[in-house]
Design a protein around this ligand. Structure first.
Ligand SMILES: Cc1cc2nc3c(=O)[nH]c(=O)nc-3n(C[C@H](O)[C@H](O)[C@H](O)COP(=O)(O)O)c2cc1C
Length: 280
């Protein structure tokens, strides 16, 4: 997998596009996207499968439900995993790499974890049973304006807003907010995490910097995942890992991810340790 685009530019340019031009993507671009998908990998191990779907306008479009959230899209990509430790994070990481790649190509996309009819898309993509199907995304050229429901959703989840550093990043313990100055050369990677997308824009990532390494925790919203058989906020944690990893690699800062380096400190309520990035 080759991230050969600017991390800051694509992270800042990306936003959820829910209204699309009815314009198919050209075959050269489609081939480039397929090749990028084939190259996707993640630092956690589990396998993530991707399934693309091109819809001929007016044909099966109506049968594929997004509850009016997505309009005009003729390309979708779905991903499946077997539910094993770190599989949701692996999916988040790989899917976000693809979303940033699409952004760099000038294409819009939108993560969908809730507002899509799983059954109709499973059938259209000819998915096998036994795997879970947590995420799908439409992608294509953004329409010139947002549709009514799209505007309403953005207001509801405060989509243009992100939490501040002192709510997200900590030094040595969760009582001490981390400043950009203390974060030093990791400040850029943390800022890229902060700007990322998340389910309902809940931004569950909390990061503790200790002895030069970053420990990632999930601030689990009580009851939020009860509609699913899995914790959808783990996908957000994978997105955080992707933004962090692409940013440190761009800055040539060496490190690696592990899931077994939980520091021995007191945790605030609802916080769960997920993984660490250990500086080499
Ligand atoms: C894991 C995940 C699941 C999401 N599920 C949905 C969804 O079901 N429907 C939807 O309209 N947006 C969904 N979103 C998009 C978020 O609402 C959006 O990323 C967030 O509000 C921030 O807005 P932005 O992407 O424009 O920056 C999801 C995002 C993520 C990361």
């Amino acid at each position: 997998m080759n991230i050969n685009f600017s991390v800051e530019e694509t992270v800042k340019k990306r936003y959820s596009v829910r209204n699309y031009k009815e314009q198919a993507i050209e075959s050269d671009q489609r081939k480039a996207i397929e090749a990028f998908i084939d190259s996707l990998e993640n630092p956690f191990g589990p396998n993530v499968a991707f399934h693309t779907l091109a819809i001929q306008t007016g044909k099966n479009a109506q049968k594929l439900g997004t509850y009016g959230v997505i309009k005009g899209a003729s390309h979708y990509i779905g991903s499946t995993i077997t539910l094993e430790p770190m599989a949701l994070e692996a999916l988040g990481y790989e899917f976000e790499a693809l979303v940033l790649y699409l952004t760099d190509l000038g294409l819009g996309s939108c993560w969908l974890g809730g507002t899509f009819d799983r059954q109709s898309f499973s059938n259209a993509m000819k998915l096998e049973t036994g795997e879970i199907f947590p995420i799908i995304a439409p992608f294509g050229y953004a329409a010139d304006h947002q549709h009514f429901k799209e505007k309403a959703m953005r207001i509801l989840v405060k989509a243009d807003h992100r939490k501040e550093w002192q709510q997200l990043f900590f030094a040595d313990d969760f009582q001490s907010p981390l400043s950009a100055a203390t974060a030093g050369d990791l400040a850029f990677a943390l800022e890229m995490v902060r700007l990322g997308p998340s389910a309902s824009n809940k931004q569950p990532w909390r990061i503790l910097l200790k002895d030069g390494s970053c420990h990632f925790y999930e601030d689990k919203a009580p009851g939020y995942s009860k509609a699913f058989s899995y914790d959808i906020q783990r996908v957000d944690m994978g997105i955080a890992a992707a933004h962090f990893d692409f940013a440190v690699k761009e800055r040539k800062i060496d490190g690696h991810f592990v899931t077994s380096a939980q520091p021995e400190i007191d945790l605030p309520k609802h916080l769960e340790y997920v993984f660490s990035w250990i500086r080499d």
